[in-house]
Design a protein around this ligand. Structure first.
Ligand code: GLY
Length: 283
């Protein structure tokens, strides 16, 4: 059976208001390996309308969905991402890019050429469209208000299979009110996602911070250098806090099955084999 940890994104909401992630974690348990496990778990997270990915994605400044996802196969040293797409399961579109193309990153409508059969999104939930209408009416969509995470951020999963292979997957609707065409950290290897033969890492938070610091690579490299995953996540989250006091979280799993999770911000739901994890909340 696969060892899987899933997360629902750092949030400004109370922990009790966030949905249970047991279903998404279980979705990958019986999968054939770590990569399949991560895809199955992230698909389940994308199906939850209370999370900012797939069905429940936030809207951009024009009231449209533009989703990003990344999938990393640590054992094979391979990665693929998609950006600015409007399918219900961007993680599966990333899987198609990984397996059916010679490319690493595909964007927008053109990426759907490899997505035959994947369900398209017409928009997001009624709640998200109402939120957008309120924000537009009140001027909240001004760029100087960008980055507040009163909803929830990216979802993701890390997995270790019986062959000791690691994989990571990340999926997001981006940041509420983002400019059309903006790409976050989730489909960028080393920024919002990282995996190698020794460690799998996913991040959550405003993507610009992860992109400018390569936060997931930093945490992964610390584990590859011998640090335990918990200390690695805490060290990088502290560093991110010095760069910018935005909400941010890191979840890492190593080849020995040791997990680490740390964040700054309101709350963060992470689920593992022993139930909800209590990620270290740093000041
Ligand atoms: N972490 C999600 C994003 O910034 O797009």
């Amino acid at each position: 059976m696969n060892l899987i940890y899933v997360h629902g994104g750092v949030s400004g909401r109370e922990r009790e208001e966030l949905p249970s992630l047991e279903g998404p974690r279980r979705a990958g348990l019986g999968a054939a390996g770590a990569l399949d496990a991560v895809e199955a778990s992230v698909r389940s997270l994308e199906d939850n309308p209370a999370l900012n990915a797939g069905l429940g994605s936030v809207l951009n400044r024009r009231g449209k969905v533009e989703l990003d996802a990344g999938l990393a196969d640590g054992a094979a040293g391979r990665f693929a991402g998609v950006a600015g797409v409007d399918v219900r399961h961007p993680i599966s579109l990333a899987r198609r890019v990984l397996e059916d193309t010679p490319h690493v990153l595909l964007i927008g409508e053109a990426a759907l050429e490899v997505g035959e059969g994947l369900e398209r999104l017409e928009g997001s939930t009624a709640e998200q469209h109402e939120r957008w209408a309120r924000a537009e009416a009140s001027g909240e969509l001004a760029l100087d208000r960008y980055g507040a995470s009163e909803h929830v951020d990216t979802v993701g999963a890390v997995a270790l299979d019986v062959a000791a292979h690691l994989a990571a997957g990340s999926s997001t609707g981006g940041v509420f009110g983002q400019m059309p065409g903006r790409v976050g950290d989730s489909p960028i290897f080393g920024a919002g996602i990282y995996a190698s033969a020794e460690v799998a890492v996913v991040g959550t938070g405003v993507g610009e911070l992860f992109l400018e610091t390569l936060a997931c690579f930093r945490a992964g490299a610390l584990v590859e250098g011998g640090l335990d995953p918990q200390s690695a996540c805490e060290r990088v989250i502290r560093y991110l806090g010095e760069v910018d006091p935005l909400e941010a979280g890191l979840l890492a799993l190593d080849g020995a099955g040791r997990v680490g999770a740390a964040f700054r911000g309101g709350s963060w739901a992470v689920e593992g084999p022993d139930g909800p994890l209590n990620p270290a909340r740093l000041p």
